[in-house]
Design a protein around this ligand. Structure first.
Ligand code: GCB
Length: 592
């Protein structure tokens, strides 16, 4: 699937704005065919946004089940004779869509795009009614998993991850047009050969008959630097300007479909950053140079709009990354909006790209108020879950394979990884990811209860990724003890000969709480905690990265260990720096 764009042959219309919206607590809308007419008793809802925090109403915030969205769009007059497609960048966690009375598409998974050709259901110049039912219920057969429990307070959706289950249409929705003959996929793989760069490209097209494929590569000034022909091939760029951390240099690869008469049937622009990624012993090499990750695990999480994509926050968050000296982040704990990856490409910011497989770990259930489940069993995380997980990996790689910023796939966060069942579950998923993308390393993020010597899944990873809270959840307020055990564990992992990325370390910190005696929760403790961690990392050569948890405070379910959400942010939720932000800036920027 190609991301919608405007080109010489393509045109798109954004459906962002206010849609009609209605909860369907009784689950009656599908059988009552609410898509067949104007959505009755609806309120208005912003798209893109999570619906949860928009209405000042607990019934909306904590709602789970079907919600309905509807809009009416006038199809541009000029699209007569064109192929028309309805494209959703995401719908969390699943959706079915209708155009007028016709069902056109269903999709499972909350963070990857889906689309349907709707040509036969619309007419150029006329209105079309678009209705979507979005469902946010989690089960053991979804990624991430969750359960619905009967409680004296009624049914409750519970889940095993530490962020609020925001839902809705979080990202833009598009209607777009192409010619009948059209490109459906472009893949690029880049390499370096001395001063030159290589780009292997592969294209796919539909209804293209005998159309010829031509490609033109232009540099950032628009100067043509290479051309090729055929559905796949290899281009060489002399004296290539490499894509590198801090230097998001991009070429533009225009792929053209040319008809018999030499006419341009389709044109698609794919940006290309020429770089290599290799794991060599304990080193992580980008363009052959050792790379040390500084940055954060982030969230898509903002006041009011929840996980809704917003360009102002996008640019602002990257400005803060630059300000603090971060060169990278992880898309914890799900694939982020494509605009984020595009921006990371242009900014030269390195990304660890993660699936939504978070909370496959019933060892954490007590923490989230649920009890008594076994992670891997026929009734809980099972073969069907693994197939959903595999599909999530396929869709992630298909969507993000061409981003130079993406250097590493993270296929899960903190799953149960000590059992034989875990080994059986994960082995094929690692194999699948490598088969889908042999060019990038693959890993998963290990949980502190499955430390060195106990984890049975790390053997499959090209890198070791560790979330560790020594000095917070363990040895709280005992930083000396924490330092000793942490170093001891890291030495164990280092003996495995793989690069180690510390993907999470952090301490909850209430902004404005100060303490001359460095008490936990104070801004001073967060700084002392980070300093302790950094002393340890600096003594272990195999550590090739430090991602603080978290970039900013974020919303979670309520609970006795969460004070208005998770407070491990280095910035507050509205992006004001805590003392730790200044401390990190001093460590990471060195220029002060
Ligand atoms: C973790 C999880 C992350 C949590 C964090 C915490 O290990 O990966 O999702 O938010 O710990 O703060 O407890």
């Amino acid at each position: 699937m190609l991301r919608p764009q405007d080109s010489a042959t393509r045109e798109r219309k954004s459906l962002s704005g206010l849609w009609r919206f209605r909860l369907d607590g009784a689950g009656e809308g599908r059988s009552a065919e609410w898509f067949k007419g104007p959505l009755a008793n609806a309120r208005e809802m912003a798209v893109p946004a999570s619906f949860n925090d928009i209405c000042a109403d607990a019934a909306v915030r904590d709602y789970f089940g079907d919600v309905w969205y509807q809009t009416v769009v006038r199809v541009p007059r000029g699209w007569d004779g064109q192929r028309v497609v309805l494209h959703f960048e995401s719908a969390t966690h699943r959706a079915t869509a209708w155009v007028n009375d016709a069902e056109v598409v269903s999709h499972e998974g909350g963070y990857t795009p889906f689309e349907a050709e709707v040509t036969e259901h619309v007419r150029a110049g006329e209105e079309a009614r678009i209705t979507v039912v979005v469902n946010n219920t989690l089960s053991f057969q979804t990624i991430p998993p969750g359960v619905i429990e009967d409680t004296p307070d009624g049914k409750r959706q519970r889940y095993f991850h530490d962020f609020f289950n925001y839902a809705g249409l979080h990202r833009p929705v598009w209607l777009y047009a192409t010619g009948r003959a059209h490109l459906t996929d472009v893949t690029v793989v880049t390499g370096l050969d001395g001063a030159n760069g290589t780009i292997e490209y592969r294209t796919e097209a539909e209804d293209a008959g005998g159309a010829e494929v031509r490609v033109v590569l232009r540099d950032a000034d628009g100067v043509e630097v290479a051309t090729g022909s055929g559905p796949s091939g290899r281009l060489t760029v002399e004296n290539v300007h490499r894509w590198a951390p801090g230097d998001g240099y991009l070429y533009d690869l225009e792929v053209q479909l040319i008809g018999d008469a030499g006419d341009l049937l389709d044109s698609y622009h794919q940006s290309v950053g020429v770089r290599t990624v290799v794991v060599d012993g304990t080193r992580f090499l980008i363009n052959g140079e050792p790379f040390y990750f500084t940055g954060f695990g982030k969230h898509e999480d903002f006041p009011v709009i929840g996980k809704g994509h917003n360009d102002a926050f996008l640019v602002h968050d990257f400005e803060l990354l630059k300000w603090i000296g971060a060169n990278s982040f992880r898309t914890s704990h799900y694939p982020y909006a494509e605009a984020v990856l595009d921006y990371a490409d242009r900014q030269g910011v390195v990304v660890i790209d993660e699936t939504a497989a978070v909370g496959l770990n019933m060892g954490l259930a007590g923490f989230f108020g649920t009890q008594g489940y076994t992670t891997f069993s026929p009734e809980t995380v099972n073969d069907q879950t693994r197939e959903v997980h595999a599909q999530a990996i396929r869709e992630l790689v298909a969507r993000d394979k061409n981003h130079p910023s993406v250097v590493l796939w993270s296929i899960a966060n903190e799953p149960e990884s000590e059992s034989e069942a875990a080994e059986r579950y994960f082995k094929p998923l690692f194999e699948l990811t490598r088969q889908l993308d042999p060019t990038r390393p693959v890993g998963f993020v290990n949980f502190m209860s499955h430390p060195y010597g106990k984890c049975r899944v790390s053997q499959f990873g090209d890198v070791v990724m560790l979330n560790r809270y020594y000095g917070w959840y363990l040895h709280n307020d005992e930083l000396n003890a924490a330092e000793l055990v942490w170093e001891e564990e890291l030495k164990g992992w280092a003996s495995e000969g793989k690069p180690i990325l510390v993907t999470e370390y952090g301490a909850d910190t209430y902004p404005g709480l100060h303490s001359v005696t460095t008490q936990p929760w104070s801004e001073e403790y967060q700084v002392a905690y980070l300093d302790m961690n950094h002393r340890v990392f600096d003594r272990i050569d195999a550590v090739v990265g430090e991602h603080v948890w978290n970039f900013a405070d974020f919303a979670t379910t309520s609970g006795i260990v969460r004070v208005g959400g998770n407070k491990k942010g280095v910035f507050t939720r509205d992006r004001q720096p805590k003392a730790a932000a200044w401390a990190l800036r001093r460590r990471w920027r060195r220029d002060g």
